[in-house]
Design a protein around this ligand. Structure first.
Ligand SMILES: Cc1cc2nc3c(=O)[nH]c(=O)nc-3n(C[C@H](O)[C@H](O)[C@H](O)COP(=O)(O)O)c2cc1C
Length: 464
């Protein structure tokens, strides 16, 4: 990463913000537990990013213009291609402009630019002042400021004309800096190879992981009470081709109960471990039907039986080791009301999912939640957030496919009132958070056997 600094520039800063343990830059090949099965160890632990990577790999950071002590710091590299100092007219800060302070470093970036710069506070202030225009009198008089302005202009952070807001390239013009930061700053992360291209790197990263206590991959129940579920399994004999062809999103369900065994099967296949793997110092891994990057299986299921024969409607945590439902205490003012009243629960789920109607007649609902600490213990790079979302996508697909195979139907939504859902589930925030809402029941089908919400095209499409 290039940097703009005053005297006293240090050269040991990371090119990703550090967390409080001084290392969030590790990364990992994303393999799942295959290695654990084959050779008794899990896929590779994180490694450190090198301090500087070529621009074409990172999309930000190093390259021409890496520029150190403004007032002639001894070992700072000189500007390689100094831009023409802009004269006369006001200069404006690039828009959008992102200024981050994290782990003692100030970093500026923009979705419009490929580089990001580490800066001293006075340089950040200069840039912030330039949002409304920086006049020559404000920077010309002093050598350090002149050079900072020159370098900022060269890197594209200062421009001659105020750019109209929101003119970034699609999709970032609409999605904005939050999405851009996650996307751009987590691309092309180098992965440490498990099979020995750099054993020393591997050893160091393993050590970094195992030096911290490993979080349990099981969520401890708050109470001893548990409704144990049947362990008989319904034969899943629907041919796979039929499952593939029949799986659809079902937004309308019959007002019918489902049997306890089917309900139990859904939870078992989607959320319970089917096998275990010994991954040595990485612990004993759960192997569930859905794949999970790193096999940390951070997804937990919070279950709302609404019309399941033999199960009292309510809010439960699915204890996937004991295969049972742990009733959750109504959590204060956000309580679902009378937890046994299915209509109250339905209304609550509808509110949480913006009234899409999935839960009006569903037999049960599930809110999935991520216990992120379980993952971050091993995967410290911000890219892990993407992995977490990919993981829960796998869970949801297994949910949908299993429902189909069992003659049920499922709907998925991520359109959730997150904070309300987190509070309702009593999640330990901010490290635990709701990820998906899933509905399941007996699907209402049209005469063509398809969900009522599907209208088959009657005319040739305009353009394909
Ligand atoms: C991540 C994800 C989020 C979704 N969110 C919604 C939603 O909020 N509302 C909705 O009606 N359908 C939602 N769906 C269902 C999609 O609209 C559906 O998959 C798509 O229309 C294709 O139909 P099919 O699932 O029947 O193939 C979601 C699907 C996925 C995978």
């Amino acid at each position: 990463m290039a940097e703009i600094a005053g005297k006293g520039t240090t050269h040991d800063q990371p090119n990703e913000p550090r967390n409080d343990r001084g290392n969030d830059r590790g990364n990992d090949r994303v393999d799942g537990p295959g290695d654990a099965l084959r050779n008794g160890r899990v896929d590779q632990p994180p490694d450190e990013l090198p301090d500087e990577l070529p621009d074409e790999r990172t999309g930000y950071g190093a390259g021409a213009g890496s520029w150190g002590a403004a007032a002639g710091g001894a070992d700072a590299p000189a500007p390689q291609t100094p831009a023409q100092a802009p004269e006369g007219e006001p200069l404006f800060a690039v828009d959008p402009l992102v200024v981050e302070s994290w782990g003692g470093a100030l970093v500026v970036s923009s979705p419009r630019l490929r580089r990001r710069l580490r800066v001293q506070p006075w340089v950040a202030q200069l840039l912030l002042a330039a949002r409304t225009g920086l006049l020559p009198g404000e920077w010309e008089g002093e050598a350090g400021r002149r050079e900072a302005v020159r370098t900022l202009a060269e890197a594209g952070f200062l421009v001659r004309e105020k750019e109209p807001a929101g003119e970034a390239e699609p999709p970032w013009d609409d999605w904005g800096v939050t999405a851009w930061s996650l996307h751009n700053r987590t691309r092309d992360t180098p992965f440490v190879g498990a099979r020995g291209d750099d054993p020393e790197r591997l050893r160091r990263t393993r050590e970094a992981i195992t030096s911290r206590p490993r979080p349990s991959s099981v969520r401890r129940a708050a109470t001893d009470r548990i409704l144990l579920l049947p362990r008989v399994r319904t034969p899943l004999s629907t041919p796979y081709r039929e499952v593939l062809e029949a799986r659809r999103t079902h937004r309308d369900f019959e007002e019918r109960e489902i049997g306890l065994d089917l309900f139990s099967d859904m939870l078992h296949y989607c959320f319970a471990p089917l096998r275990f793997a010994d991954a040595g110092e990485m612990g004993v891994l759960q192997l569930r039907a859905p794949a999970s990057g790193g096999a940390r299986h951070e997804t937990e299921a919070f279950v709302f039986p609404l019309a399941v024969r033999g199960v009292r409607p309510g809010l439960y945590h699915y204890d996937n080791i004991r295969h049972g439902l742990v009733p959750l205490a109504a959590p204060g003012p956000d309580s679902p009301g009378d937890a046994a009243d299915p209509e109250t629960l339905r209304a609550r789920l509808e509110r949480l999912t913006h009234g899409q109607g999935f839960f009006r007649h569903a037999a049960f609902g599930v809110l999935t939640a991520a216990v992120a600490r379980r993952m971050s213990w091993k995967y410290r790079h911000p890219r892990t957030y993407k992995l977490l979302l990919q993981n829960v996508g796998h869970v949801a697909q297994v949910f949908s496919m299993t429902a189909t195979a069992l003659g049920l139907g499922a709907a998925i939504t991520g359109a959730i009132r997150d904070s309300e859902a987190d509070a309702l589930l009593g999640l330990d925030q901010p490290g635990e958070f709701t990820t998906f809402a899933l509905a399941c029941g007996v699907p209402r089908l049209g005469a063509d056997g398809l969900p009522l919400s599907i209208r088959t095209p009657r005319e040739a499409p305009e353009r394909w």
